[in-house]
Design a protein around this ligand. Sequence first.
Ligand code: PLP
Length: 379
Amino acid sequence: MAKMGRELAAKGVDVISLSFGEPDFHTPEHIKEAAKTAMDKNFTYYTPVAGYPDLRAAVVGKLKNENNLDYTATQIVVSTGAKQALANAVLCLVNPGEEVIIPTPYWVSYSEIVKLAEGVSVFIDTTVEQNFKITPEQLEAAITPKTKLFMFSSPCNPTGSVYSKDELEGLAKVFEKHPEIYILSDEIYEHINFIGGHESIAQFDYVKDRVIIVNGWSKAFAMTGWRIGYTASNSEIAAACDKLQGQITSGTCSITQKAGVAAYTGGLESVHQMREQFQKRRDIVYDLLKEIPGITVNLPEGAFYFFPNVTSFFGKSFNGKVINDSDELSIFLLEEAHVATVGGDSFGDKKSIRISYAAAEDKLIEAVRRIKEALAKLV
Ligand code: PLP
């Protein structure tokens, strides 16, 4: 959709893109300064595969200070983005034919990475009415003797849902009964959370050793292009991730790593400012979206996305063209409203579209106005 939007824009059409999965803010100055200093000090050589010692120490400090979680540096593997961290963990853990439970909707790459490992994705469907969160009963029902891994994000891309401590505990209790299952907890949207402190499933001691936390700098510090993320796991998994990564990419960029240290040791002021902006935008967009007839939307508690259910438009048409699913609706919105969104199919849910609110307020207001106007044309 981003590509189609750019093509339309190149033809002179005023396209508003709400399809992006990245903050529209700049990387904070103190982080950029640290990168410049790193270059000047010649941090331009190969790095240790799992990251510079000061960076791994900064991650250990962050996990202790912000999450009250105890890890040692040898349990941290820094990668070229959280995406590589995810891929490392899945490729190290999942053998061909083993099952990976993924709540739907999920972030696009989860099921594709499972395919690379020749694993089998087992999806648990959720609905907007249940705030897109699974229950312990749903989890229990999805487990089979072949289950190897459970993989989820909280706050979630694409729904913005955030599991509370109680909800995580409910899931952890299920895993307590199944000690053979690992849990990949993608916490990359940790700091874009509108309901208070971040909760990690790793806080429950009886599962912690089987949890692989994936996190990174992309979303919290507006550093998507720098490519840096990490896993925090037990030492055995960390050693395997280190070994795998050492044969594929080696350590991530030396300059980025120094910027990562500055981000993790330089305070969270800029992170909080960005979060406040996101929350303001979320409130504006929510008030506008819920007024659109036919759209069912919940109030996301984190990240920067809405995932409204648009099934009431299926079977309706415009100029003789019938809308059959959310991908077709998304294309209709691009062509008719000149607003780029993302159809739900890529997230494993054809009933909804993803609307990112990582855009300026005036653009968001205009985009939702256009969406409303275009949807009213469907009969
Ligand atoms: N996990 C989720 C849920 C994401 O949305 C993204 C990026 O969109 C990533 C992981 C990957 O982040 P990174 O830029 O650190 O590779």
